[in-house]
Ligand binder design. Structure first.
Ligand code: TRP
Ligand code: ZN
Ligand code: CA
Length: 431
């Protein structure tokens, strides 16, 4: 038995129960994560004023196929080029007009782990589109400029995108993901979407998608003491849907569109029981149609997410709890378990609990494998997939954030078909 005390500050008592061993978590190569800067809302508002001037100089809008759209693209691109980004304009055709996406890469970082943030830059034709979606476009732009000012050198590669023709059906973002080779899609570890984040009668909505991204935003607002709700005003109605459809983890923020704020929401956020944005898709969506506090908080949340998610692992992995005792899995028989006893952890398990499963078996299509939390909650890891393949030696990531960490965690394995057999070789949890 290999038993040692974890080296982390606030070291946990190592516990050996049955054959379970608590191993040291590694602190070796965890770089400290720099806090994101406060994004100056005055800068974000200046971008909105500039977008409004662009609309005014181009017939009052920044819509797909109109001169105000291309002028908006050129405006954003010039700022990014001056800040050291590698930019490219991607052209597509829709409704007989040329559309444009703008992509900006921040040099450096792991090309196999790309964190992306984006927003649609087009307006509807009825107005300047300052909340929808100058707000998201300006916050992403100012965050990108803040990355340059800080000379941020994150572990992961950063990419920013401004999409065309969202208002006509997510056209630009669909074009972007469709032309992205499958191998490149697989490298995008997160896409963050910002569409309408300065609504004049704001709510604070977080997309209910990838749990790590969602938690990153929720943590930020919790730190401000601002309650959030899950976004429900038309899931899939913005560009994150294009990324989600090809399997990329997504998240984002939203302050509400034409739906009416309830009295319960007024209680928690202030404002009135009217539309979140009474100027949604209208000519009055101007710089007057912005709540500065919402724009400020959401812009800071964009930066927080970019800094946090691109830093790689921010807390050293560990502690680790492991059971290496073999457990025979009876052929087409009852479920068996391997237990690890977790102690010394305050609060709940992480949203990224790593479950290392090591099962030796000659036909994994026979097997149902679950992680069972101390309170009996079941997280299925494997359900008779994989056919005749041998052995399950795999790390699963489980969102166990609703479970108390301490207690007896079980790996439960059942063989549900006759002939092939095997055993649990080991089971490890990394908190
Ligand atoms: N641009 C979006 C649209 O016009 C606005 C919107 C509505 C939205 N519901 C949403 C954006 C939910 C994000 C999430 O459809
Ligand atoms: Zn929009
Ligand atoms: Ca069997």
């Amino acid at each position: 038995m290999n038993l040692s005390v974890p080296r982390r500050v606030g070291a946990l008592a190592a516990v050996a129960a049955l054959a379970a061993t608590a191993l040291a978590g590694s602190t070796a190569n965890a770089a400290p994560t720099l806090a994101a800067p406060d994004i100056p809302v005055a800068n974000v508002k200046q971008h909105l004023a500039d977008l409004q001037s662009i609309a005014a100089a181009n017939g009052g809008n920044r819509a797909h196929g109109r001169t105000g759209y291309k002028a908006s693209i050129d405006f954003v691109k010039a700022k990014l080029d001056a800040a050291g980004y590698t930019t490219s304009i991607q052209q597509f055709t829709y409704n007989g007009s040329t559309g444009y996406n703008l992509i900006a890469d921040w040099p450096g970082g792991d090309p196999n782990q790309v964190v992306m943030a984006g927003s649609h830059l087009d307006s509807v034709s009825s107005g300047a589109g300052i909340n929808d979606n100058g707000s998201g476009s300006a916050a992403v732009l100012e965050t990108a400029l803040a990355v340059s000012r800080a000379d941020l050198q994150p572990t992961k590669h950063l990419r920013f995108g401004w999409w065309g023709a969202e208002e006509l059906g997510l056209v630009g973002s669909k074009y972007y993901v469709n032309q992205l080779p499958t191998a490149e899609r697989a490298k995008v570890s997160a896409y963050l979407n910002f569409d309408m984040i300065g609504s004049p009668n704001p709510g604070y909505f977080v997309y209910d998608d990838d749990p790590v991204i969602e938690q990153t935003f929720k943590d930020y607002f919790a730190g401000l003491g601002v309650p959030t709700e899950i976004e429900t005003e038309g899931d899939g109605r913005s560009d994150h849907a294009s990324f989600k459809n090809v399997g990329i983890p997504v998240g984002g923020l939203f302050t509400g569109a034409s739906r009416t704020k309830t009295s319960a929401q007024v209680q928690k956020w202030g404002g009135t029981t009217t539309a979140f944005d009474r100027c949604y898709h209208s000519s009055c969506d101007t710089t007057s149609n912005i709540n500065d506090t919402a724009l400020d908080r959401n812009s800071d949340a964009v930066a927080h997410a970019i800094w946090t998610l691109s830093a790689g692992s921010t807390t050293p992995p560990g502690p680790v709890f492991e059971n290496t005792a073999d457990v025979t899995v009876p052929d087409n028989g009852a479920a068996v378990t391997s237990t690890v006893n977790v102690t010394g952890i305050t609060g709940n398990a992480p949203s990224t609990l790593k479950v290392d499963v090591d099962i030796v078996h000659t036909w994994i299509g026979d097997l149902v494998v679950d992680l069972v939390a101390p309170d009996g909650s079941v997280y299925n890891l494997h359900n008779r997939s994989g056919g005749s393949a041998d052995n399950i030696k795999q790390t699963y990531t489980v969102n166990a954030s609703s479970e108390v960490a301490n207690g007896a965690w079980k790996l439960r394995v059942q063989d549900k078909a006759t002939y092939d057999t095997g055993y649990i070789n080991g089971f490890k949890l990394t908190f």
